[in-house]
Design a protein around this ligand. Structure first.
Ligand SMILES: [Zn+2]
Length: 338
């Protein structure tokens, strides 16, 4: 199915009551881990690349990696810009091939946020991409902790969400409902009642940011209440680093960097898989058609993808078969463990 935008994957999630995972990637290993986990579970997926990751990796470079992996994928893959605060970054990302962008004007006055987000929506739609905006503020745990009272002050109200969504025309709306960015432990509970109230008045899929720190139970409840896109970054970074640390502790004399990166990639893939199962998007790949470039015919569990250049058979692989060591998606055969 390959490249998709947010509308391709979120429409069914919104209508059917599950959420699509949006996982942050900073390099090839993260992209491969995320897409592979999604393929193993036959799930639509969103690969997110932040403005900071673009500064780190280069916009053309990271886009090329993400597109190469996404184009070969058997599931819909959105390449989404996360938390852009500058229009030039949005423009460069769209030009580099991102299929979706988020503009974060949540720290701006309401009218400025409406104005700039509307511009981003227009830029994205002209390119066939989708756009996410944010109203209310999701804070960061990087430098301090937050009390529930403080968080409540920053939360999105249904009224502002409704006005913001209708005036900007965003395809998805990030809301502040109690989650906090960069939390290392799963301790946060979100305000599900508020999510339901916002969903009632906003006609677009809602996005939960800072989901690494939200408990599994609260995340499930948030999805039941109307969240259709769930952003996860910190947990994956911790898994990546944790695997590197333990691999090096086990064998401090390792001389092949691939040994370490392979473990890290595997750790990210299994963490992504757990989240996909939690969000209910496993086996939902066929519901996200992938940019209308191809038709997908489903015959007895067998998906056949017809492209302009011929017919490529995705086949009737079971998740277990796809998970076999080796050959898929750039995971090379001769790596030490799988
Ligand atoms: Zn975020």
């Amino acid at each position: 199915m390959g490249l998709a935008n947010l509308n391709d994957v979120l429409k069914d999630a919104y209508a059917s009551g599950y959420a699509v995972g949006a996982f942050n990637a900073i390099n090839m290993e993260f992209v491969q881990a995320i897409v592979r986990a999604a393929e193993d579970l036959d799930a639509p997926v969103i690969v997110q690349i932040s403005q900071a990751a673009i500064d780190y990796a280069g916009v053309e470079e990271i886009s090329a990696v993400a597109r190469a992996v996404a184009e070969k994928a058997s599931v819909p893959v959105v390449i989404h810009l996360d938390h852009a605060t500058r229009l030039d970054v949005v423009e460069r990302a769209i030009r580099a091939g991102f299929t979706s962008v988020m503009f974060d004007g949540s720290s701006l006055p309401f009218e400025d946020n409406v104005k700039l987000t509307s511009t981003v929506v227009r830029m994205a739609h002209e390119a066939g991409a989708t756009a996410e905006g944010e109203i209310g503020k999701v804070p960061s745990a990087a430098k301090r902790t937050w009390t529930w009272e403080e968080l409540a002050e920053l939360m999105t109200t249904p009224e502002e969400a409704q006005e913001f969504a209708s005036r900007t025309g965003v395809d998805a709306l990030a809301v502040s409902v109690g989650s906090v960015h960069k939390m290392k432990a799963q301790q946060a509970m979100v305000d599900s009642k508020r999510i339901s109230e916002i969903k009632r008045v906003v006609g677009v899929p809602l996005v939960l940011h800072g989901s690494s720190g939200v408990t599994d139970e609260s995340l499930r409840e948030a999805v039941r209440s109307g969240i259709a896109k769930v952003n996860i970054a910190t947990a994956l970074s911790q898994d990546f680093l944790g695997a590197i640390r333990s691999q090096l502790a086990e064998d401090p004399s390792v001389s092949d960097a691939r040994v370490v990166l392979h473990s890290a990639r595997q750790a990210v893939a299994s963490s992504v898989a757990e989240k996909i199962k939690l969000l209910g998007s496993a086996r939902k790949a066929a519901a996200g058609a992938g940019r209308g470039k191809m038709e997908t015919a489903l015959k007895g569990g067998e998906a056949v993808e017809k492209r302009g250049m011929g017919t490529a058979k995705i086949g009737s692989r079971t998740p277990k078969e796809v998970a076999k060591p080796g050959s898929k998606n750039g995971f090379v055969e001769d790596e030490p463990v799988e």
